[in-house]
Design a protein around this ligand. Structure first.
Ligand code: HEM
Length: 536
């Protein structure tokens, strides 16, 4: 009898054999179970074949490229296995349903990793508790009001003025090296990616906390023979803070991807995990100190309440939440909202500016048209650093350039939605608990919605007489969870576009080099070498 034979051989096996047998049985049961679930899943869709334990983790790599390949190979709806099953949507009409204003609140259920980082159910981005999210959203909306954006133009202009000073200083150092006596006729070859990531760090920091990170100063100091007058200690402090933010962003991926067991018990992963946790503590501590100092300032000098940074607004806003009495925001909530602003607002804006620069240099006709708009609305005779929001709102062609750039190169290439009740999407019925990946780039280049979808053509957002379906433009997401920083980001980008191009000639240092982009959570322009000179 075969079963009797098996029992006999188990009885006579030694401990090691028994251990191997139990181990092999567990593995085979896991694999059997994995593929049983895979082959009996509801609405089976095409997608890369998953492996037990890692799913399609080995295929994932550069997210933007991966989505593009999936869409090309498997179509506008396909599936992917990571820690669980995800449905990838790349067609606007499938996605728009998930952006319905009253539905689909949840982005991603909390994971043990994001809980351990202290992100879950605080602030906005990782907040999946509707009541708590709604409370924060009201403060956030108040802090980012039109009045705030209008006032923020002054500090943004000031940082831009400082940036111009650094360029001029470096350009003149170059000119004197080349023994060029006409100091105003300088040219500078430099990396826009480094400058504008620094610029948006500084802008985000001053608008959110009222303090500088001195990122552009720090970059200037690495390039120049003469150092800036800002004390080294301040520059270093700002640098440490920005590096901690970058490391925190990296840790979000690490903590989402690896299981608690791997992070806590496998030595190599444990030391990395501990280093990320120390970094988290350093960063949270930094934010907490900034918040404490501001509270003291407000108590001791009530006129500080008039400050226009978001931190002060978050502290002093009087928000009534869904019929409840006013509850001021706790320091922890304020900290997580500030963190959201830094993580969501800085790199996305810098990368968009770099992508715009690349497209403008590649399309001189678009650049010409843009310059004639800028020169007609902001005459050359007007000062360099005095643009107002009223000026910026008139720049309709510049706005179309921003839209077209974020259509072709959305800086956040994807978002998620998690369903909490049964629904119908893309012609299939889905049970509650289904996870969708929304592939912005796929939707924004879909031939069903755009004529010549791969061509950079801002006129599609400027002229109304075309067949493009603008509802398929969604780089800021949609529905309840739409990006709350959309207007601020657009204002900063308009200011940069008009100020930089009004005052400088900008061309690519190497015309034949492709755009350098790496995508993990954000599509990051890793380097953009340009040549700039004053525009006469
Ligand atoms: C070009 C610049 C930006 C782009 C392309 C962008 C894009 C996005 C996208 C795609 C989402 C997800 C939306 C969804 O799931 O439907 C998002 C969410 C978010 N963004 Fe932005 N963003 C930008 C700038 C900013 C700025 C300047 C801030 C802050 C001042 C900001 C703060 C946030 C926050 C807090 C969320 C989470 C909202 C929530 O979960 O309710 N973003 N952004």
């Amino acid at each position: 009898m075969p079963i009797q034979n098996i029992i006999e051989s188990i009885k006579s096996a030694n401990t090691i054999d028994l251990f191997i047998l139990i181990f092999a049985t567990c593995i085979s049961t896991y694999i059997f179970n994995f593929y049983y679930k895979y082959y009996t899943r509801p609405n089976p869709l095409p997608g890369p074949f998953p492996l037990p334990y890692i799913g399609n983790g080995h295929n994932y790599g550069d997210v933007k490229k991966f989505y593009g390949q999936c869409q090309q190979k498997y179509g506008d709806i396909c599936e992917l296995m990571l820690d669980r099953r995800y449905i990838i949507l790349s067609r606007p009409d499938y996605i728009i349903k998930l952006f319905a204003p009253q539905q689909f609140f949840m982005r991603l259920p909390n994971s043990p990793g994001t809980v351990e980082l202290g992100m879950c159910n605080h602030g906005l981005f990782f907040n999946e508790n509707y009541k708590s999210w709604n409370y924060n959203k009201q403060f956030f909306t108040e802090a980012l009001s039109t009045k705030f954006i209008d006032a923020s133009i002054i500090p943004i202009n000031q940082i831009y003025e400082e940036l111009c000073g650094y360029w001029e200083s470096l350009g003149k150092q170059n000119a004197s090296k080349k023994k060029n006596n006409d100091n105003n006729n300088w040219t500078l070859e430099t990396d826009f990616s480094a400058w504008f990531h620094g610029f948006t760090n500084d802008v985000t920091s001053i608008l959110s906390t009222g303090k500088r990170t001195y990122s552009i100063t720090s970059y200037y100091n690495t390039l120049s023979i003469n150092k800036s007058e800002v004390p080294d200690a301040l520059v270093e402090d700002g640098n440490n803070f920005v590096n901690a933010l970058l490391k925190f962003l990296e840790s979000l991926l690490f903590f989402s991807f690896y299981s608690p067991f791997t992070r806590h018990y496998i030595p190599m992963f444990r030391s990395k995990s501990n280093s990320y946790l120390n970094n988290r503590d350093y960063l949270y501590n930094k934010f907490d100190n900034i918040i404490k100092m501001r509270r003291t300032e407000i108590e001791e000098m009530p006129e500080t309440r008039m400050k226009t940074d978001m931190l002060t607004s978050l502290m002093t806003a009087e928000t009534i939440v869904e019929g409840e009495n006013f509850k001021p925001m706790t320091d922890k909530e304020i900290r997580m909202n500030l963190l959201d602003i830094f993580l969501g607002g800085s790199d996305t804006t810098a990368d968009t500016f770099c992508f715009m620069t690349y497209y403008l240099c590649k399309h001189p006709n678009v650049k010409e048209k843009m310059l004639s708009e800028i020169d007609s609305i902001i005459p050359k005779s007007s000062g360099k650093f005095c643009l107002s929001c009223n000026d910026l709102r008139k720049l309709k062609y510049c706005e179309a350039i921003i839209k077209e750039t974020t259509r072709l190169m959305p800086p956040l290439p994807f978002t998620f939605r998690h369903t909490t009740s049964e629904c119908e999407i893309a012609g299939y019925k889905w049970p509650a608990g289904t996870d969708f990946h929304i592939n912005f780039e796929g939707a924004q280049k879909h031939p069903k919605c755009w004529d010549n979808p791969k061509i950079f053509d801002p006129d599609r957002f400027y002229n109304s007489d075309n067949n493009d379906d603008r509802s398929a433009w969604m780089p800021f997401g949609g529905g309840k969870r739409i990006c709350p920083g959309k207007n601020l980001a657009t204002t900063v980008l308009l200011l940069l576009l008009s100020s930089v191009y009004k005052n400088y000639n900008v061309e690519l240092a190497n015309e034949h080099e492709p755009l350098k982009v790496h995508t993990q959570l954000i599509s990051n322009c890793t380097e953009l070498k340009v040549r700039i000179s004053p525009r006469t």
